[in-house]
Design a protein around this ligand. Structure first.
Ligand code: T68
Length: 839
């Protein structure tokens, strides 16, 4: 496969006008009409916007499928492929991205215009598959984009949830969860593959027997078997012919399954409970909720992992491979511990099914897998109660016991007599109740373990994975996250992208780091700054229009847009931001002549449905907004907005409109962050703690272009060790006292003194996330931000420098690091030795 760019205009000599998938405006127009009639079954006269959207989506898909055929062929011919196993993928709307990556925007605009349609309106008509909670799923999507663009043979494996993340509505300031309806009008991007289906056993028991050759064996007699059916979505690379394959599994009941393939026991009872089978891929679990008791969640994890591994074995066979060379054929990344059961499942498939001996199977398994950790929060580390695990996966528990037995034997030899260490490293937690520790399983079964930002990897090595690091230091490495410059710059911010391309040429889209640095020399150019300002202003006006449509709040686009969008969580400290708003409000009321720029503070993000305090934080923000937004004393100088239903699509609107990016988590808690990168890549300045990737962003853009505040991770730990007494901050800081007393008085809750008591109480008594400790330095940094914004020329300079220096945060860079240090997979265009031909 070569890296030829698709033809871009009618004049291009290599246009395929004669083909159904031609890229001229006329070919596109004709295909839209054909798809409208023959796929969507509508005639133009009565077609709705949705009908036209569907017809256009099928038209673009036709062009993707043409590339797909080639990609599948290359996948089969390639020496090694990347398989990204992730319980979540958040690809965002497909249409605009696909049109952009295929290089067919201009022709499509012309084609739709000829049909009397507005292309941009059709693009914004599309909803999105919300098959993830937040950054972890979005990272997986950025990685597929980069893998496709770098022309790496790739399959992303996951679950086709019927109901993804809920839609968020705000009623009386409270979050209300509404069922996601992403499949209500059909999904034009996926291809159902009923012929690619696998049986997944669940429950039951194991028994021993002697096989025909008289060998002692174990077999699993499951209680039931579900079927997983492949649903494929092509993910296009940018201006290359390659596409990555996103293969998601939908569970179905199997009324009759192939007993031949499964002739190992009595399965007659295994086909009952059809409803339970279909339930498996029904709904995405929200994060931030305790999961130990959730049998369905464990079934989901095993379901998609088993289908994916069986699929890999089948494809490998098709290419003439044998199971013993599985590890040479695939590099499989475990996106957090959600797919960690893959370690035991591959062992089962190799040992029980393929009859490979244990030692060799273990070698293959470890060569195959690598594991990415995304969190240090102890409550988020997955562990399953043993009885539940045995009930769902009896054979896997035996396999895990055996892995553990052999592993601990090795540990004993390395650390004789150190029973404490043995206890900590064990795959089984032996407290009052026993648990299977998924992070330990992933660590033992992988040849590489990575964190997602430098600080996070360091802390990983010092804290939750310390014993593993001491045992296997060579397995640990850092790969700092990145985001796709296609979706998060070119697509969402065409104005700014145009300016960058005019300044440095178009190479930056795929080769960010080197090319975009050329922008630095424009930071002092008055005309360039003015153009930059105008683009930002336009983006802010667009967001202001949406804010007014969605919330009725009218905001001043000239004001400083101060934005915090991310999941709502106490460690992310949206309520620290809220305390600053109250402080500003009080100051403005007291001193009308205060020399600060007008500010609009915008929030967005979902709270897990069972996380009461996060939901109260949303109510808190909206309650402050209710008071501030109607107060004539601060009119036009301070506004507060909670933008409902933050998702990829809304993000594409929000990031480009930001002046100030709030990255204010307690140091040591946010593994990396990727929102921080999206803001900065769109010209926002960051106000942030030294947490996650903020540390590296600050180094890259220069400390003078970044507003840092707060305790460092080490200082947080020290403070807690010494004994943190948050009420002392309250007693010592007059302004803080005034703010907290105002909240307690019911001022923001129509006199209700109890409403926010759980929030205030936590802050004064425990303050787990150190808001009060960081409050004074946060306020100082905010003041600095306000002052800096008043000097527009300097602000613009800092904004341009942020973008110029952020090239390293492209997910292309992250993927190259995974390729070079973990996966060892060649680009399709290298066709030969490793490393050739990579951009
Ligand atoms: C995030 N984790 C990290 N988890 O919080 C963030 N959790 O710092 C990092 O940038 C990002 O991963 C990518 O590395 C998540 O988003 C989840 O969404 C999640 C989902 C299910 C269960 C637990």
């Amino acid at each position: 496969m070569n890296g030829r760019h698709p033809p871009k205009s009618d004049e291009n000599p290599i246009v395929r006008e004669d083909l159904r998938t031609g890229l001229t405006a006329e070919a596109i127009k004709n295909d839209i009409l054909e798809n409208l009639v023959y796929v969507q079954a509508r005639i133009p006269k009565i077609a709705t916007r949705n009908d036209w959207y569907m017809a256009l989506a099928y038209t673009v898909r036709d062009r993707l499928l043409e590339r797909w055929g080639m990609a599948i062929e290359s996948l089969q011919q390639s020496s090694r492929a990347v398989c990204y196993l992730s319980a979540e993928f958040l690809p965002g709307p497909h249409l605009g991205n696909a049109i952009l990556n295929l290089g067919m925007y201009e022709q499509t605009k012309e084609a739709t215009a000829r049909l009397g349609l507005d292309l941009d309106a059709l693009i914004s008509h599309e909803g999105e598959p919300g098959l993830g909670n937040g950054e972890l799923g979005r990272l997986a999507a950025c990685f597929l984009d980069s893998l496709a663009t770098l022309e790496i043979p790739t399959i992303g494996y996951g679950i086709r949830y019927e109901f993804g993340i809920f839609d968020q509505e705000i009623h009386d300031g409270w979050q209300r969860e509404v069922t996601d309806k992403w499949l209500a009008f059909g999904n034009p991007w996926e291809i159902v593959r009923p012929e690619i289906a696998y049986y997944v056993p669940l429950g039951g028991y194991t028994e021993t027997y002697y096989d025909r050759l008289g060998r002692f064996r174990v077999r699993w007699v499951p209680e039931r078997v579900v079927k997983g059916i492949a649903h494929d979505t092509p993910i296009p690379g940018y201006h290359v012919e390659n596409v990555a394959l996103l293969r998601l599994w939908k569970s179905e009941a199997c009324e009759s399954f192939d007993f031949q393939a499964f002739n190992e026991g009595d399965y007659y009872g295994a086909v009952e409970d059809k409803v339970a089978s279909e339930t498996i891929s029904k709904v995405l679990y929200p994060n931030d909720e305790p999961i130990p008791g959730k049998e369905l969640r464990l079934s989901q994890q095993f379901f998609f992992v088993s289908c994916s591994l069986q699929d890999m074995i089948r494809v490998h066979r098709l290419g003439g491979g044998v199971p013993a060379t599985f590890d040479r054929r695939y590099a499989v990344q475990l996106n957090d511990t959600h797919p960690a059961i893959a370690v035991a499942e591959l062992m089962r498939l190799l040992v029980d099914k393929q009859r490979i001996d244990w030692e060799r199977a273990w070698e293959i398994t470890r060569n195959t897998f690598s594991y990415t950790n995304h969190t240090l929060l102890p409550e988020a580390l997955e562990k399953w109660p043993l009885p539940l695990f045995r009930k769902v996966l009896p054979r896997h528990l035996e396999i895990i016991f055996e892995i553990n037995r052999r592993f601990l034997e090795d540990v004993r030899l390395t650390y004789p007599g150190d029973s404490e260490r043995l206890r900590r490293l064990s795959l089984i937690e032996e407290a009052d109740d026993r648990y299977v520790r998924m992070a330990n399983l992933a660590a033992v079964g992988s040849h590489a373990i990575n964190g997602v930002a430098a600080l996070h990897t360091d802390l990983l090595k010092e804290t939750v994975m310390r014993d593993f690091y001491e045992l296997y230091p060579e397995r640990f490495l850092n790969v700092t996250n990145g985001v796709s410059p296609r979706r998060w710059m070119l697509l969402c911010n065409p104005g700014m992208s145009g300016l960058i391309t005019d300044a440095v040429g178009e190479n930056w889209v795929c080769n960010s780091q080197d090319s975009i640095a050329g922008l630095e020399s424009f930071a002092d150019d008055g005309a360039f700054r003015e153009a930059w300002r105008k683009v930002k202003q336009g983006n802010k006006m667009e967001l202001a229009r949406h804010i007014s449509e969605r919330t009725g709040i009218v905001v001043n686009p000239e004001s400083l847009f101060d934005i915090q969008v991310k999941r709502i969580h106490e460690y992310k400290r949206q309520h620290l931001n809220a305390l600053h708003i109250i402080s500003l409000y009080i100051r403005l009321k007291r001193t009308p002549s205060l020399d600060v720029p007008p500010r609009t503070v915008i929030f967005g993000g979902k709270a897990a449905p069972g996380y009461a305090r996060a939901k109260l934080i949303i109510k808190f923000i909206n309650s402050i907004a209710d008071v501030v937004n109607i107060d004539p004393d601060v009119a036009d100088r301070l506004k507060v907005v909670f933008f409902p239903d933050f998702n990829v699509k809304n993000g594409q609107l929000i990031y480009p409109a930001a002046d100030l990016s709030e990255q204010i988590s307690t140091a040591g808690k946010e593994a990396s962050g990727t929102g921080n990168m999206k803001f900065s890549l769109n010209g926002a300045l960051t106000i942030g703690t030294l947490d996650g990737a903020n540390v590296e962003i600050r180094e890259a853009v220069g400390p003078e272009n970044f507003l840092v505040f707060g305790l460092t991770a080490r200082e947080v730990t020290d403070l807690k060790m010494r004994g943190y007494r948050p009420w002392e901050s309250y007693e010592q800081n007059e302004e803080l006292r005034e703010i907290i007393d105002l909240v307690r008085s019911g001022f923001f809750s129509r006199g209700d003194r109890d409403l926010f008591e759980p929030l205030v109480n936590e802050l004064l008594s425990r303050d787990e996330y150190c808001l009060l400790a960081d409050y004074p330095s946060y306020l100082e940094a905010q003041e600095k931000a306000g002052k800096a914004y008043l000097v527009q020329g300097q602000w613009l300079r800092m904004s341009i420098l942020n973008v110029a220096r952020m090239g390293g945060f492209s997910s292309d860079r992250s993927i190259r690091e995974y390729l070079d240090h973990i996966w060892k997979v060649d680009s399709l265009k290298a066709s030969g030795s490793r490393g050739n031909g990579r951009p």
